[in-house]
Design a protein around this ligand. Structure first.
Ligand SMILES: [Zn+2]
Length: 161
C-alpha cells in the first residue's frame, strides 16, 4: 500500500514549462513536441463539443488531422487545414520558432514561420488524445501537491468529446 501511495505522489509532481509567449489555451488546449511529431489538440471553430487532434511529423512534415473520434478532418487535403496551422502557430508561441523548426528539421523563416507543405498522413488520434486528457487533469489542479486520483477525472472526458 505504501508503495502505491508513493507512486501516486510521484506521478502528481508535474513540471509545467512556461510558454515563450502567452497562448490561447481555449483554441489550442494542448501542444507538445513528442514522438517525433509536433502534435496537439485544437478546438473546433464551429462546434464547441468537438476537438481535432492534429500533428506534423518531423522530417517529412506529413500532416494529420482528425477528430478525437478518429474521423478524418475534411479540410486537410493538399494543404494545411486551419487546425494544423493553429497548432503550428501555437507551438511557435509555446516553444519559439527556432525550437519548433529544429524539432521538425525544417528551415525557420522569421517572416513566414513554418512552411507547411508536407503530404497528408492519417495518424491515430487516440494516443495524442489520451495524453491530452492526462495533461488536462494536471492543469485543473496546478498547485496541488496532493496525490491525484486519476480515475476521478474520467467523468470529465464527456465534456471534451
Ligand atoms: Zn483539420
Amino acid at each position: 500500500m505504501d508503495a502505491d501511495r508513493t507512486a501516486w505522489e510521484q506521478r502528481s509532481v508535474v513540471r509545467v514549462i512556461a510558454p515563450v509567449e502567452p497562448r490561447k489555451l481555449a483554441k489550442v488546449p494542448f501542444v507538445e513536441l513528442a514522438d517525433g511529431r509536433l502534435q496537439g489538440v485544437v478546438s473546433s471553430g464551429s462546434d464547441i463539443e468537438r476537438v481535432y487532434v492534429s500533428s506534423i511529423t518531423a522530417g517529412s512534415l506529413a500532416m494529420s488531422c482528425s477528430t478525437n473520434n478518429n474521423r478524418p478532418c475534411g479540410a486537410l487535403h493538399g494543404y494545411a487545414c486551419k487546425h494544423v496551422r493553429l497548432l503550428a502557430d501555437e507551438a511557435i508561441l509555446q516553444y519559439g520558432l527556432d525550437r519548433v523548426a529544429r524539432y521538425l528539421r525544417v528551415e525557420a523563416d522569421p517572416g513566414t514561420g513554418l512552411n507547411l507543405n508536407g503530404p497528408v498522413e492519417r495518424t491515430p488520434a487516440a494516443v495524442v488524445f489520451s495524453r491530452f486528457l492526462r495533461h488536462l487533469a494536471y492543469l485543473e489542479v496546478p498547485d496541488s501537491t496532493e496525490p491525484l486520483a486519476e480515475l476521478h477525472w474520467f467523468p470529465a472526458m464527456g465534456a471534451v468529446r
